[in-house]
Each structure stands twice: as C-alpha cells, then as structure tokens.
Design a protein. Structure first.
Ligand code: MRU
Length: 351
C-alpha cells in the first residue's frame, strides 16, 4: 500500500478522510489541487505530505505550459510557494518541495522534457527512501518494546502518515513482526480522530492487539501502572530536541515524566530542523473551528459557541527519553546527538 504515488502524469492518494469505512483513492492532475488536498487532509502525516509535496512539484513540471527552461523555473517557483503554504507546521513538506526545486535548478537540462524526467525520478526516490528509512527506524526502535508492555501511541504515525510502513507505528509493527507480545493503547486524537480512525485501522489489519482510549484517559492508565512506554511521531524536531507533534503530545509527555514512563519520539532526519533553535519558533497551524463544532458532519455544538483548534503543540526536550531516527536513537543532550544524526545523512546510503 502506498499512501501517495505517481501514476502517468497524475498524483494518486488514498483519501484518508474516508477511513476506516471506505478505502478509496483520488487522482489529481493539477498541483494546486494537490496543495488543497494537503490542506484538507486527504493526505496527512509529516513524511506523507513531504512526499506529496515532491509529487506535487513533479506534477507542476508535467503541466507547465512553457517549453522555455527559464520560464518553467519561474512556474515551478510559484508552485513551490503554493505547495509549501498548504500546511505550515511539518517541516517535511518544505523539505520535499525544496529538494525538488534543487533538482529543477540544476544547470544540466537541454530542454524541459529532461527537467521533467529528472523531477519525476527525484520524487520517486523521495518516496522510495521514505519507506526504507521507516523500516530502519522500526529496527532501531523495536528494541524499546519488551514482552508484556502496554504502549501508548498518539495520533496516526503509520503507513498512512508516511509513504508506507510508518514511524512510531512502524516501530510497533517491527516489534510485532519480531513476535514480541505487547498491547497498544491508541488515543482517539481529537478532533480529527486519527488514532481511532487510522491507527486502529492499520493495527487491526496487522493483527496487533490494541484498544482505543479517550485522549483524556491516558493519565489514568499511566498512574495505575498499566502503560509502560509512550511512542509518538513528530512534525518537526528543533535543534535542541523540542518536538512539535499532534495536539495533546505535550500533555502526554508531562504525564509520562510524572509517572516515570519513558517517552520517545520516532522521526526521520527529514523532520529535524536544525534552523529552528527551539520549538517556540515553529509556526503552529490553527485549523477550522468546524472540526470541533461539526466533526465529520455531525453538529455537536451551536455555530455561535466560540472554538479554538490548534493542530499541534510543542513538547520541551526535557520530557523526551530519546528520538529514534534512521541512524539510531538520539539521546540527550539532543543538540549534539541530533546534529550527529543529520550529519550521518551525508555518509549513509539509504534506498
Ligand atoms: O494533522 P496530522 O494528522 O497531519 O498530524 C500528524 C501527526 O501529528 C503525526 O504524529 C506526525 O505527522 C508524524 S507522522 C509519521
């Protein structure tokens, strides 16, 4: 299963808004529609929108109306801005789009056809590498799960949040493939319910035992000693280790510390943003009040009740036991260990 792929001049995505009830795909022939699909969360999850941004750029090159290389570059610069603006918090989106722009700017093409081929190839490479990187994180992270553990997991970080396999849920998948015996408590993840709808859908197919819990009950399971480990993903990790992830992650991390439960983030190096000194500089997306008022079309509360709906929060690095990356587990002090993980990219061969 691939969350997003390139099919002969179209970008195909699983429509995640329909899950778990319907497994359907949508095809896009215009990069502006791809940007809108990211905003509307047809596709979501940091690595998945990174790859989608890359395929969106390939689509922009495909639909570009000019044969003049310089003009095509101008067209792509506009596409890059539109795609990057579609969701602000996950750094993977800008990372994927910028990587495509670097390929577009290379001074080696005889014509726009050559440039297009190079861009399609690069987007494909980004997608393929994402899967390999997730499997590597799965191997490093699976050592954290022991027989008998109950693991709390937030949001959806699985195959659907990536091109395939997943980050934190990928760690859970690898541990399960290693025949470890454990259970997972999936937070519902209000208001969009990624835990209840998407993570449960994935674990159900894999046969991993799970229970869906209300977000507000996580502290209950920690305090009574049932939960032994917390695993989450990240939309961005700042240079000092502060982790920006789905709203509610911060609360989980504080509760984990209070109850002496190790709390790990699982994130590829494409999610690490060494240009952000701390999490406080990262833009936090505010989403529509309708997601809270009228979840999935069901009116819960009257229109006139005021609502706030931040999509992410910042977990200060002091609450993290470690950050699992494709190059190993970064431990505190994170400033040094994360810089080492990112530097490892220049020597490592992935995919
Ligand atoms: O708003 P979403 O569903 O895109 O948020 C997703 C998350 O917060 C994930 O934890 C994060 O992107 C990491 S996914 C591998």
């Amino acid at each position: 299963m691939r969350t997003v792929e390139w099919i002969n001049g179209r970008v195909r995505m699983i429509d995640q808004r329909q899950l778990p009830w319907n497994f359907t795909h949508l095809d896009f022939e215009d990069y502006r529609e791809v940007a809108q699909a990211i905003t509307d969360m047809v596709v979501r999850g940091a690595p998945a929108i990174g790859a989608t941004g890359a395929f969106g750029m390939a689509l922009a090159a495909y639909q570009c109306p000019t044969q003049v290389l310089g003009d095509a570059l101008d067209y792509l610069e506009v596409a890059a801005i539109i795609l990057k603006k579609s969701r602000p918090t996950a750094v993977n989106l800008a990372w994927g789009v910028d990587r495509m722009m670097q390929v577009a700017r290379e001074d080696v093409y005889r014509n726009t056809k050559d440039m297009l081929s190079a861009m399609i190839k690069e987007a494909q490479t980004i997608a393929d590498q994402d899967v390999v990187i997730n499997q590597l994180m799965g191997k490093h992270g699976a050592a954290l799960i022991r027989d008998g553990d109950v693991v709390i997991h937030h949001c959806n970080t699985g195959a659907l949040a990536t091109v395939d396999y997943g980050t934190a849920l990928g760690v859970i998948r690898t541990a399960w493939e290693q025949k470890k015996k454990f259970r997972v408590l999936l937070t519902e993840t209000r208001p969009r319910m990624q835990g209840a709808r998407l993570s449960a859908w994935e674990l159900h197919q894999l046969g991993v035992p799970f229970e869906i819990i209300p977000d507000s009950s996580a502290g209950y399971y920690m305090r009574k000693g049932e939960a032994k480990l917390v695993l989450v993903g990240a939309d961005r990790v700042a240079a000092n280790g502060d982790t920006i992830n789905k709203i509610g992650t911060y609360m989980l991390s504080v509760l984990a510390k209070e109850n002496n439960i190790p709390f790990y983030t699982v994130a590829p190096t494409s999610t690490i943003d060494l240009d952000m000194p701390t999490g406080d500089q990262v833009p936090i997306e505010e989403r529509s009040a309708d997601e809270v008022r009228t979840p999935y079309g069901n009116a819960l509360i009257p229109e006139e009740y005021p609502v706030r709906n931040p999509a992410f929060d910042v977990t200060p690095q002091r609450y993290l036991a470690g950050i699992v990356t494709e190059h190993g587990i970064a431990l505190p002090p994170f400033k040094e260990s994360l810089a080492r993980m990112v530097a490892a990219n220049s020597t490592a061969k992935v995919g």
